[in-house]
Ligand binder design. Structure first.
Ligand code: FAD
Length: 512
């Protein structure tokens, strides 16, 4: 007779602490089969990349260690989930599947429906548990914040202490980082995955970095060390949003009232609520991956002869705007950028180059170690001005360059062809007088591209096009309905900028 078991399906929740499905599965008293499925079709998507897998790979090794320590190793299978389940059912009588709800893209949504169908057909019960602050089947955005708050304020669940071992099961191999299953290769580095690295980041933020957070958050030079750097751990679930919130709240209580670290920790807590807020949008409207929130903006950026040229220049860091190119090359090399630089790259693509956000979003999804569909698509739409409910923000790349990379540090780091130029010309090398340029053996167009578009003209034209759409009849009515469906009910807090401790470049994070 096949032994009765329950199955815990791990997806973007690669931990055993604060894992409600695992806790509930253990409470059934039946043996638990902890399963992770590598789904080849998912890894062929234009948004998936080997960089994501590299982070997951590290995390699965540690998840397996923690599960083995309490009695049953993680079981790894490669294939489509229904056929993996079918195979397991040959040996086990699966009584139920326990999993977190996933706010993913349309592919995972369709896969979840298929699994649901399969389970219904075979009489297997599915037990879904909410993840983070996202509320499934939310009736109205009014009151959402309170629902999230109630959930996040509950004490994180401890890890189970024991699992009944499954005899004679093949636990399966974790595919290698360079396995050909993972189609989109990325040549740069990847932030270390695994819960241990996540916990170390939490500790170093609370005790060493939080006091410099607000001062450094937009800096391409200091941001990598003084930003929280939690995003991939939250995206792939080696840490739960709730446990981070609780640890940060304890960190705040332990600090004196006027300590800068308190402000840094409090600022990250606010951002964690944004995280849930943006993910909630995708949960409420799963087609945000391919449909603009406000329909008037949906077809405004058609493809033409220039599209591929502009897209390639942007993707390859060859636009002739040093700060744009340096940011894109930095992202390709490290898998991370501060928020402002992400927003600026999208703004440049959407306004200066007039590229549709659906063309540009997959490229950055592949490069971000922290790719999280709910945040990603909501932010892409917002930074491309297609939501109808957010203030349009066109970043001036030249101003951003002087303001946020004043010493040309990022540009010199990632555009070596400009590294030897005097600081005066690093932000706008094409303006360098030819005689002076020849002294540096430098020629725009030969050593570095001419700007792909004229900055002022491109910004003016984009603003005019967007303004014309806003004036169309019916625009405001639709914007009101988008707001009703997806808009934040919190007003941004007005306040003076607080003085912050100066970043110290010597204090660096061990991330790779
Ligand atoms: C175009 C664009 C795409 C983005 N795509 C992603 C993505 O795929 N995955 C992702 O995690 N973040 C994304 N972000 C949001 C943000 O840039 C990153 O979360 C942040 O830079 C990660 O670094 P950190 O962990 O040091 O964040 P911190 O600034 O220290 O913030 C702490 C945490 O709060 C959350 N957070 C911070 N800022 C935001 C924000 N603006 N919106 C929602 N949540 C936020 C993240 O989980 C982050 O880890 C995107 C932003 C833009 C403009």
């Amino acid at each position: 007779m096949r032994p009765k078991i329950v199955l815990v399906w791990f997806k973007r929740d690669l931990r055993i602490v604060d894992h409600a499905p695992l806790t509930a599965a253990v409470a059934t008293g039946l043996p638990v089969l902890p399963l992770y499925v590598v789904e080849p079709d998912y890894w062929q998507l234009s948004t998936s990349s080997q960089r994501h897998w590299s982070f997951i790979h590290d995390s699965l090794i540690q998840l397996r260690e923690s599960l083995t320590a309490i009695g049953q190793s993680l079981v790894i299978r490669v294939g489509q989930v229904p056929s993996v389940l079918q195979d397991l059912m040959a040996d086990y009588d699966v009584q139920g599947i326990y999993a977190h709800e996933e706010t993913g893209h349309l592919w995972t949504y369709a896969r979840d429906l298929e699994v649901l169908d399969f389970c219904r057909h075979h009489g297997i019960s599915i037990h879904d548990f909410p993840h983070g602050g996202v509320v499934r089947r939310l009736r109205s955005r009014d009151g959402w914040s309170r629902l999230r708050q109630d959930r996040i304020s509950q004490t994180p669940l401890p890890a189970p202490t024991a699992l009944l071992p499954l005899s004679a099961i093949d636990n399966g191999q974790i595919p290698a980082k360079d396995d050909s299953l993972f189609k989109n290769r990325i040549s740069g580095k990847t932030q270390k995955g695994g819960r241990r690295a996540g916990l170390a980041i939490v500790q170093s933020f609370i005790h060493q970095r939080a006091n410099r957070y607000l001062k450094s958050i937009s800096s391409p030079r200091y941001g990598p060390d003084f930003s929280a750097r939690l995003s991939p751990h939250l995206a792939w679930g080696t840490l739960s949003e709730r446990e981070v919130v609780h640890r940060f709240q304890e960190g705040i209580s332990a600090l004196p009232p006027r300590d800068f670290g308190r402000r840094g920790l409090a600022a990250v807590l606010t951002r964690l609520s944004w995280r849930s807020h943006f993910m909630q949008k995708l949960e409420d409207q799963p087609d945000l991956e391919n449909t603009s929130m406000h329909s008037f903006y949906d077809g405004i950026r058609p493809q033409d002869d220039q599209t591929q040229i502009s897209l390639s220049a942007w993707q390859d860091g060859q636009t002739g705007y040093p700060i744009i190119d340096a940011c894109m090359r930095c992202l390709a090399e490290t898998g991370w950028l501060p928020f402002r630089m992400r927003a600026m790259l999208v703004s440049f693509a959407s306004y200066h180059l007039w590229l549709d956000w659906r063309l540009t979003a997959p490229h950055m999804a592949r490069l971000f170690t922290d790719y999280e569909p709910g945040i990603h698509y909501s932010q892409f739409q917002m930074q491309s001005g297609v939501t109808g409910i957010n203030t349009m923000r066109v970043y001036n790349p030249v101003k951003q360059s002087y303001d946020h990379d004043p010493e040309g540090w990022l540009i010199r780091q990632y555009c070596p062809e400009l590294a030897h130029l005097p600081l005066e010309w690093v932000h706008e090398p094409h303006l360098m007088p030819p005689l002076l340029a020849s002294e540096f053996n430098f020629e725009t167009g030969r050593d570095y591209p001419m700007p792909i578009v004229d900055n002022q003209t491109a910004m003016r034209e984009a603003k005019n096009k967007m303004a014309a759409i806003r004036k169309q009849a019916g625009f405001d009515q639709e914007a009101a309905s988008v707001f009703q469906r997806l808009g934040s009910r919190n007003r941004p807090r007005q306040g003076a900028k607080k003085r912050q401790a100066k970043p110290n470049a010597q204090q660096q994070l061990d991330l790779f």
